[in-house]
Design a protein around this ligand. Sequence first.
Ligand code: C5P
Length: 225
Amino acid sequence: QPEQDLVNRRILISAGGTREPLDPVRFLGNRSSGKQGVALAEAARARGGLVTLVACNLEVPAPDGVHVVQAGSARDLQEALSASAASADVIIMAAAVADYRPTDVRSEKIKKEHTGDTLTLELVKNPDILAELSAACRPGQVIVGFAAETESDPDRLLTLGREKVTRKGCDYLVVNRVGWSEGFATDRNTVLLLDRHGVIVKEASGSKMSVAHRILDVVVQTRLP
Ligand code: C5P
């Protein structure tokens, strides 16, 4: 039984990967399984938190005892989060959100007979939900973002993380390296936790559940009112 240090705290977590529709049967997606976000939801629940999990196309089941809201695309996610963000004490954006979506979603299936040998897709930028939530952050609220990078040089990874935490304006950024066999879809993870100044406040490696608890350890030590 973990320490009950999140009792009555409202914890809002997004997990999984968004899917941006192209036509009624196709989408642009990513390799996020949702495992780390689901582990965070389970860990926060185990510590007494009142957890809302915004689930984006999860490949794993949502844990018991958490309120689950489904969201498919980035804009669905934005809408789902807007309903609970203001009342949340902690917001953790573990979902992999598509940076772009198709400019127009076809109402009929795109047919190769009509498009020929090449097909050009036009994409438009999605809202940066984490940056928006961070800008609207109220005193006492803690906002955690994630950075999944394919960069293998540790110094470069850290530099990218520092740039990102500044750009997003969140309180903490969980930086991990993802590739074909790390981060996404695996049961283990290795992360660095940066604070808003880019200082490394924690390094954690192990099961996604143990990494989830180490992230929450940092959150509970923060200015929760
Ligand atoms: O910019 P990048 O996608 O690497 O940032 C990752 C972080 O930002 C994650 O926490 C992700 O949930 C969030 N994000 C977002 N809205 C976007 C893109 C990413 O909230 N459009």
